[in-house]
Design a protein around this ligand. Structure first.
Ligand code: CU1
Ligand code: CU1
Length: 288
């Protein structure tokens, strides 16, 4: 079955309810926390040893594509009519957006400890207790827009700065590359000292758990990354001759050898190549 991923602002009340119900069921079964654990495990930075697959690497996009697909398929085992909606953060830009309503993801955290107290993922419902060995708190936290030192969501112009890049990625294939679509979208330092752009700035704007390696603890993670995934589609349509890079494995003399994966190298934990994830239309499509 091909599912259609919709803009969250177009969901009906019933569609929101079904999504939330399926997410809560996954949490009850313990499967949700496995996704959080997996994401944390694959959060490897430039400064660490070993391969980087999820972040700060060319595979940022294919790795999250597969991660979301696994999550969506887990939801669909509970309710086959559910798909992952996307949050177009260039358009729905305030804590007043319907996304943060009581009937969907709930709102920002309260003053002081930033505990989310509204909506289905509020701690007091008993349905959303965070798990993990080194967890500071068991309740979900958010600080939308960070009022104490305001952050703004990326604008269309800031996103265009990434979308207009003509190459996918470039050496040294990490968080320091000044050019290339991948790092400009992922949003690390592009050589000018500004660290948080586009994808990363959205994590900053939501705040709380979205800041860390265990960011999927906040269900908005999936809606954020579904939009990032859609942006990859749009970028490919905009630059039809620009393929995934690196095309071939990096040589033994390359400092990124074994750390950044090329088009045909399998990504853990699924053993799937970036090439195999370029076309997702047999699994899901976007509504626009
Ligand atoms: Cu991630
Ligand atoms: Cu992310």
């Amino acid at each position: 079955m091909v599912s259609i991923r919709k803009n969250q602002r177009d969901l009906t009340g019933a569609e929101k309810r079904r999504f939330v119900t399926a997410v809560l069921a996954l949490k009850r079964r313990g499967e949700y926390d496995e996704f959080v654990r997996l994401h944390t495990h694959y959060y490897v930075t430039d400064a660490e040893q070993g391969p980087r697959t999820g972040h700060m690497a060319p595979t940022f996009l294919p790795w999250h594509r597969r991660f979301l697909l696994e999550f969506e398929q887990a939801l669909q085992r509970i309710d086959p009519n559910v798909s992952v909606p996307y949050w177009e953060w260039t358009a729905d830009r305030t804590p007043a957006a319907a996304l943060w309503g009581e009937d969907f993801l709930g709102g920002t955290g309260r003053a002081g400890d930033h505990q989310v107290t509204t909506g289905p993922f509020a701690y007091r419902t008993g349905d959303w207790t965070l798990q993990g060995k080194v967890l500071a708190v068991k309740y979900l936290t958010r600080d939308l827009g960070r009022p104490s030192a305001p952050v703004t969501l990326p604008t269309r112009d800031e996103l265009a700065w990434a979308m207009n890049e003509t190459v996918y990625d470039a050496p040294p294939w990490d968080s320091t590359v000044p050019t290339g679509f991948r790092n400009r979208l992922e949003g690390w330092n592009a050589g000018d000292g500004v660290r948080w752009r586009n994808h990363n700035r959205v994590h900053r704007w939501v705040g709380g758990h979205m800041l860390g390696a265990d960011s999927p603890n906040d269900p908005v993670f999936w809606l954020h990354h579904a939009f990032v995934d859609l942006l990859w589609d749009r970028w490919r349509a905009q630059h039809p001759r620009a393929g995934y890079l690196p095309r071939t494995p990096l040589g033994a003399g390359d400092p990124q050898h074994g750390r950044a994966l090329s088009l045909e190298e399998p990504m853990p934990p699924w053993n799937v190549t970036p090439a195999a994830l370029l076309d997702h239309r047999s699994h899901y499509r976007y509504d626009r």
